[in-house]
Design a protein. Sequence first.
Length: 277
Amino acid sequence: MSYEGPFLRLRQISKTFAAEPGKASSTHVIDSVSMDIDAGEFVVFLGPSGCGKTTLMRIVGGLEIPTDGEALLAGQKIMGPDRRKGMVFQAYTSFPWLTVVENIRFGTKYRNDISNDEKQQVADYYLELVGLKGFANYYVNRISGGMRQRVAIARTLAANPEILLMDEPFGALDAQTREFLQSQLLEINTTERKTTIFVTHDVEEAVVLADRIFMFSARPATIIDEIVVSEHISGERNIATKETEPFFHLRNHVRDLMRAEATRTQELTEHQIMQSG
């Protein structure tokens, strides 16, 4: 029986980490966040570093348990990590003793819905999709960081997760490689239409990739704005979209919101310091 309703539903999610040894107080990182995400949407969590957006994504992935609230995937409460959720992190996660295509095929290891021959076909398909067909038999320690991140993305997609969770996957790459991978991710998203949450603090990256952007405050994270990108930029997007007037307008609008939040946070911090003094 198919599920009707938002594919991912977050309701009043809050997260507080207990005090660490030597620290007097706990750390409140997320404060009452709610959202609905539909199947096939590409959603970006945008906010300052350390605001709690990665923690929220980890709650969706089942790697963290919320202090309050609940997270539902296709109507089922998220209780922990499983194969329904695929994750790509900033650090390159690959097996150096395997070749590129063997790394990608590893993503199919626990799939029981396809035969061994089909697993190889899946690996070959994603190898080509991420543009690494010419490097199939290279060991991953012989390819660049950008290529290794493409291997990680292909391996995750080969596992056929229901939702793809990407935590600043291009954050450690140089600007040219980052833009190239943004372009590839746009192409992959057009082909796959996989429900995706992408965490970043880069405004341009958020605007060019997202269907919707959730903007978060400084810690504890709350949603300060929700932006539907198609209401500002029409048509299919690619890297050339960055040179268009609608892109400039939306990027600048989002940057202004980020600056205003940064100013508010700084003023609040200064006020708290003065009060405590």
